[in-house]
Design a protein around this ligand. Sequence first.
Ligand SMILES: [Ca+2]
Ligand SMILES: [Ca+2]
Ligand SMILES: [Ca+2]
Ligand SMILES: [Ca+2]
Length: 125
Amino acid sequence: MRLTIFATAITCLLWGTAAFAADFDGDGVEDAFDNCSEAANPAQDDTDGDDCGNLCDADYDNSGVVGHPDFFEFGQAFGSNDQEKCHFDPVSGCVVGLDDGAFLHLAFESAPGPSGTTAGTTACP
Ligand SMILES: [Ca+2]
Ligand SMILES: [Ca+2]
Ligand SMILES: [Ca+2]
Ligand SMILES: [Ca+2]
């Protein structure tokens, strides 16, 4: 009997710990605080400060959806070191290139995010 109670207590403890530390993308930032909760971005870079990390935010004009105006902005930044549009190596010296264009293409007509830090808002679902 005692062993059963002990085992149940341990199970509850582990379950609670796992729930508390939910980290879907495994980047070390808990879902509730992760500005890209489904993409690993341990640095949490968010150049435009909309609580939607660069790695899941191709909505450059903050319209709520990735569309043609965002492609236009991307085209103007191509070849530059625009940190917001440099999705894969957002450190000084990055260059906006074809890999970033592919990212934009995949995100076309979708909303940015999801972000754990803006749950319930429309800026970054
Ligand atoms: Ca995470
Ligand atoms: Ca993340
Ligand atoms: Ca952002
Ligand atoms: Ca947009």
